[in-house]
Design a protein around this ligand. Structure first.
Ligand code: ZN
Length: 404
């Protein structure tokens, strides 16, 4: 794609030194999304707009997010002018295309400037999280260090700043803090924060966040059971919000609706992506995790699942049966629960070479005869005819959307 379509230049006046410069911007509409991570990080195929969202004045080195670049009070201006004079400006050229290294350098400079003016915790949190995302894009281990910094800063901001923070609603931020705890290896704390989302009535207005929190809660609960917890009062030891605190913060509830979506822009749609796509054209191939699977990774694998017509009918039926109000359990959740329950029941017995053997094994378990039939030939299970598969893709996409 021609660069002149992806980028455009914008004239800016530095609010610190008052000199003009040209800032490069990315046309968001031209960015092709390839993946959305559960901490709202969006991964793009062609260009990462995050690389360009920090403006850096080429004259004095003042750097800040493009959205707040011009917002400098007279006192801040003095602090920045003094601080920048002391810091010096290495004269890195940020005007053209930026690679990840240059992108991170721009963010780090923005962090320095935020320090000079004593910015709010939420400003640091946002900068740190984006640095973490850039390290992630390079599979650089420093990602975790910056996720931790972002977590600490968001944790402080949650307790000291009015909502919304950045562009995040209270619900979105509560979820994100849980998610960052999970990503820094503290599933027990993560569970506490996810629980605050799930139990907050306002979360129903943000169904995508609610679903992410439910998924995170489920996975972290498993991890918390299997993993010893870090000592209390660790690096990010602030307590999860109590229900009372959460309620107390709920002023302006009416303004919360749709906030995360607007705020996070594309990111809040993370949950809209189907986790499992159902295409019933071939015999079933369930991605069963290995027996004795260790602690679950949070990331869900996008998988194409082929199911028989009666199976999809059954899923629909269960989904309907679990309907509460307008919500119902989506087919993915049902299948995940089924797989989990089977893993829990008898992982050692799950040694089958064919689908029929597997089915026979399950029947054995159910009948309480804890002996795996050798070879599985004498089970009397007739190979299944694949005569009636149907496509469920439409329904499933709807169910996975979670926007009803
Ligand atoms: Zn300047």
């Amino acid at each position: 794609m021609a660069n002149d379509k992806l980028f455009y230049d914008q004239e800016e006046t530095c609010p610190v030194c008052q000199k003009k410069f040209t800032a490069r911007k990315v046309r968001r509409s031209m960015c092709i999304v390839s993946r959305r991570d559960t901490d709202f990080c969006v991964i793009y195929q062609n260009v990462n707009p995050n690389l360009y969202s920090i403006f850096v004045c080429p004259h004095c080195g003042y750097a800040a997010a493009d959205t707040t670049f011009a917002e400098v009070s007279p006192e801040d201006r003095e602090k920045l002018a003094n601080g920048l004079a002391e810091l010096g400006y290495a004269g890195i050229d940020f005007s053209g295309e930026r690679d990840v290294k240059k992108g991170i350098a721009a963010y780090e400079r923005a962090v320095r400037c935020a320090e000079m003016r004593g910015a709010k915790d939420s400003v640091f949190a946002s900068l740190y999280l984006r640095i973490a995302w850039l390290y992630r894009s390079e599979q650089d281990a420093r990602e975790v260090e910056f996720v931790q910094k972002a977590l600490d800063a968001y944790d402080k901001a949650f307790n000291s700043e009015p909502m919304p923070i950045g562009k995040m609603s209270e619900i979105a931020l509560t979820y994100l803090i849980g998610e960052l705890y999970r990503r820094t290896g503290n599933p027990a704390k993560a569970v506490q924060w996810y629980s605050q989302v799930v139990s907050n009535p306002k979360a129903r207005m943000e169904p995508q966040i609610l679903q992410l929190a439910r998924d995170g809660w489920q996975d972290s609960r498993q991890l918390a059971k299997t993993r010893p917890q870090p000592a209390a009062g660790g690096a990010a030891g602030a307590p999860a919000p109590t229900q009372a605190q959460a309620q107390a913060r709920s002023g302006g509830a009416a303004a919360i609706q749709g906030q995360a979506a607007a705020a996070q822009g594309e990111t809040a749609q993370a949950a809209a992506k189907p986790v499992v796509a159902f295409v019933s054209t071939k015999p079933a191939q369930l991605p069963v995790p290995p027996a004795q699977a260790g602690p679950k990774l949070r990331a869900k694998v996008v998988s194409v699942l082929t199911l028989y017509a009666d199976q999809t009918e059954w899923l629909k039926k269960v989904s309907q049966a679990t309907r509460v109000g307008k919500r119902r359990l989506d087919p993915q959740a049902i299948i995940r629960a089924l797989i989990d329950s089977v893993i829990d029941v008898e992982p050692k017995l799950l040694k089958a070479e064919t689908e029929e053997q597997m089915l026979a094994l399950f029947k054995t378990v159910r009948a309480g005869r804890a002996q795996a039939p050798a070879g599985g030939r004498s089970t009397g299970v007739a190979p299944r005819s694949a005569a009636t598969p149907v496509t469920q893709a439409g329904d499933t996409a709807k169910a996975a959307g979670g926007t009803r």
